[in-house]
Every structure is written in C-alpha cells, then in structure tokens.
Write a protein that binds this ligand. Sequence first.
Ligand SMILES: [Zn+2]
Length: 383
Amino acid sequence: MFSRSVKIFTLYGFDIKLDPSWVLIATLIVWSLATQLFPQVRPDLDPRTYYGMAIGAMLAFFASLVLHELAHSLVARRFGVEIKGITLFIFGGIAELGGEPKTAGEEFWIAVAGPAMSFALWLGFGFLALISPTSNALTDVLSYLSTVNLILALFNLVPAFPLDGGRILRAYLWNRSGNLLEATRKAAQAGTAFAYMLMGLGVLSLFQGREIAGLWQVFIGFFLLTVARTTYQHQVMKSAFQNKTVAAMMTRDVVTVDPDQSLAALVNQVMLRHRTSFVPVVEDGVLLGYIDGGVLAKIDRENWPTSQVGDVFYELNEDNTVSQDLSAEALMQRMTETGQRKFLVADEHHLLGVITLSDFLGYLAILQELNTSGPTFKTTAPT
Ligand SMILES: [Zn+2]
C-alpha cells in the first residue's frame, strides 16, 4: 500500500516509515497553525515565533500518532499478530498488520489500545498545560496537542470500519455471532455509511467556501470507503476458500502441447481452438514446462511456422508450479505477492491440471450463485 514510504527509525522493533504524501499534510498543519490558530489565541507575537510553535506542535502531533499506532502494534505483537511497520501518511498513521487477529477478543484489545493511548495523551498534555506556572506560547502548544489527541481518540472511536471503533464493532458482532464474515459485512456497511456522510459534509463545506476542510473530508471519506470495501471483499474470498485446496478449483481437463510442434500449430490448433493462452508442454507424459501468449508476443509472427515450442517454452520450476494440496489461501497470497496469475499443478513431472486467477474467480462466482438465499456467504461455503 505504501511502496514509496521511507523508513526513518525503529521503535520497539517496529519500522517507523514516512510516506511522501505525509509532507503535504505536515506542511498544511504548520501553515494553518502558524498563520491562523496561534495568532488567534495569542496575538502580538512575531511570525517567526508562530512558525516555531507550529513546527513543534506538528512534530509532537505526529509523535502522538506514532504512539497511537505503537499501542495497537504492541498489543498485536503480544497476541502473535505480525506487524509490518507503522507508516505516517496523508491521513495520519497506520499500523500495517501482516496477519489477522485470531479471535474477537484479540481484535477488540488491539483496536481499543490506540484510542486508549490518545486519551492518555489528551490527559497528559492537558495536565502539563494546566500545571505550567505562566500562560505562554508553550501552554498554547500543549493545549493544542491535548485537544487534537482528544479529537483523534473520539474520531477513531466512531463505529465505522476501518476506524478503530469499527473494529471494536466488528469484534462485538463477531463475538456475538461467531461469524467473522457477517461481522465484517455489517461493520463495513457502517463504515461505508460514515464515509458517504463525511463526503456529503465535505461537499457542503465546499459550497460554504471552506475549500480545504471540504476537500479533506471528501478525501478521507473516499479513503475509508475504499478500505471498507476491499477488506470486506478480501474476507469474502477468504471465507469462500476456507479449507479449500488447489485440487478443488483447478482445471483438470487441460490441452497440452508437444515440444516439437511449431508455434503456428500451437496458435491455430491449441490456443485459438481451445481459447487458452496458457499451455503446458508435455512429452510422452512427462511435464516439461509451459508456454503462453507472452512468449509468442516476443517472437515475430513470420517465424511462427519455423520455430518450435521446445525452443522457447518456460521450463518447469518451483515458481510456476504448485502442489494440488496447497491451500487456496496460500495460493491467493502467492498470486498477490508475485503477481503471477497462472500455475501448473503437478506431482513431480506428472501434470494434474492448471490453476489460474480466473479459475479462482469462476469458483467464487459459482459459490455466490448457489448461495442466493442469503445476502452473503456462510462461513462454511457449500462444497
Ligand atoms: Zn487506531
């Protein structure tokens, strides 16, 4: 999600990273604090002081965000959930979970830790502002930090997935029904409704002449909407494929090609006739590898009749082959990580079938059709 982010330091073993988009929000915060908020609450200081206060406040605000995410991450690590790192980006901070919480209880504690930290920071900064002997520029910065941490805690507790409150809602529903998918669907629905509401408010602000605030709400709404949708879809896939292996979904009836066939014959007699561009290469029952449309595209069409499959095919190796016992989930992960969409299914050099992304999606579509009685899948999909 944040491929361009830069690691800045490590905290408790977690990589703290900055996404380039963070620069925009940091600049915006400094600018609005130095030119608007601080001159309003304490007039008659010189502009350099306002900028000093604003930069200090911005840095402490981002430290607060890191602490919020750190709280999530430490609890997650306690439960054995892998954390890929903490990234600061345009909409704040995010702790990227490498896995999912295993129970509703774990999800609840991981979700609640962040807002709890923000509440603690609200109290902490508020207390410091209160005990300072004289009211000065520093107390203004402390009061500001106290307030933003309170807002951060409250905003994150809105029960709209993927916000922390939405995760708490999902944990509650999951605990009540025992059905993670159904719980995700409802929490994501609440998230979608909240996202549309934010976008609506944003558009309203635009018409009222508050362009920056308005655009902001629209963007955050859109971001939440996207995450809510993709998380739910991901969960649908995961539930549908639960306990399924490659064997259940692969195409068994595969047309193969002999290595001494010409490329022209391959195209005309195999690919076009059987409408497939991924063809295993087999000689006397021994699987050698595969050939696909990508290889052909690199070879001049006039050379097709004289070139042989055996000269250009991809040889069998562990990157393009899977076992039929591989779980659907592991395959899905492999497809996402490598970008490879098509695999040979083999036992040593014996071809059992092929599995492609479209096999996956086709399987999913059939399950969906069979399950028309309910609005969504049951946790255990029909076999
Ligand atoms: Zn959080």
